[in-house]
Design a protein around this ligand. Structure first.
Ligand code: 8YV
Length: 327
């Protein structure tokens, strides 16, 4: 029989996934549920055949330069791979896989929750109640804005962007999008989405803007101070993708000055650190990167990781290759 691959998992995964991995592979688990230290990560890439990292592991060029000859696959637990140095992986002929598709609907749900929560002042209202300072109903108390009939600008119209479009359409919003590529006309018609070739022009016309592109060198600070300034003062910014895509300092400054109406953020530029000035603002809803945090989603992600490793170990192309350096 074939030797089982040595698989190092950097974080605690759902029990059922860990059990399956132990059965299928020679699996080393991280029982601590804390991110691995740099030294442990280096030890892992030196010895493992397969590394299963998450967003909290920085697999940069320095780490990969220490990789042993056995390391052939990085099977990421998650869709975004911006924490992995893909160029170094390619150089060393290390295949990288991710877990696309299975967290699309959960992330779109969380995005929709924020699109509703921020204009309707949900978190602010809850804070008032908990502070026991609510004096009762009044016709003019804590008025928000309706989202029905408003314009939603989606930046990045991939799987998650499209899932957000479907939801927002059902809530009566008009759908606008900017993407590197225009959608197929049939899909565009189905989503009733208006394409904007110019991101700048779209930003100037939207009531709510939501970010759904991957973080790459090309999208770092895509919503820069200059672009944020194109938004109208009544506009809201939602981000469930990656903090680095929005200039967090500029956004915080503008929110504080009332140059934007509010923001719903599930991701931050320097996670887990959050700009302390954001914490002092009432017109923001802040979440600790919960976009895909469902039990079902984590199980599906684990299944995908297992299939990717198993296919690879059996000598075939794993289904979710981010780069196909080996083939
Ligand atoms: C994951 C995410 O929780 O998949 C992604 O890209 O941002 C999150 O949904 C995280 O990346 C797991 O590594």
């Amino acid at each position: 029989p074939q030797k089982k691959p040595l698989v190092v998992v950097t974080r605690k995964l759902p029990d059922a996934i860990e059990t399956r991995m132990m059965e299928l592979f020679d699996t080393r688990l991280n029982l601590d549920d804390k991110p691995m230290s740099k030294a442990d990560l280096i030890e892992a890439v030196k010895t493992a055949d397969v590394l299963v990292p998450t967003i909290t592991d920085r697999i940069d060029a320095a780490i990969l330069s220490q990789a042993g000859p056995n390391l052939k696959l990085i099977a990421n637990f998650g869709t975004g791979v911006d924490h992995i140095d893909l160029a170094s992986a390619r150089q060393r002929s290390v295949t990288v896989t991710n877990t696309p598709g299975v967290l699309t609907e959960d992330t779109a749900d969380m995005t929709m929750a924020l699109i509703l929560a921020v204009p309707r002042r949900l978190a602010e209202g809850e804070r008032l109640l908990r502070s026991e300072k609510w004096n009762g109903w009044s016709p003019t108390h804590m008025l928000g804005h309706r989202i029905w009939g408003k314009r939603l600008g989606i930046i990045g119209m991939g799987r998650i962007g499209q899932a957000v479009a479907r939801r927002a359409k059902a809530f009566g919003m008009s759908i606008h999008y900017h993407n590197r590529k225009r959608l197929h006309p049939e899909l565009e018609a189905e989503l009733e989405a208006t394409y904007w070739e110019s991101l700048d022009q779209m930003l100037a016309r939207m009531d709510v803007v939501t970010v759904h592109c991957p973080h790459t060198p090309a999208t770092f600070h895509l919503l820069s101070a200059r672009r944020l300034a194109l938004l109208q003062p009544h506009a809201y910014v939602i981000n469930t993708s990656r903090g680095e895509i929005v200039d967090e300092n500029a956004l915080t400054r503008m929110l504080g000055r009332g140059e934007l109406a509010g923001a719903g953020l599930d991701v931050f530029e320097h996670e887990p650190a959050v700009n302390p000035k954001l914490l002092g603002l009432d017109n923001v809803v802040l979440l600790p990167h919960l976009g895909s945090a469902t039990i079902e989603g984590r199980m599906d992600m684990g299944e995908k990781v297992i299939i990717n490793i198993k296919t690879f170990a059996d000598g075939h192309n794993p289904p979710d290759r981010v780069l196909a350096s080996m083939f």
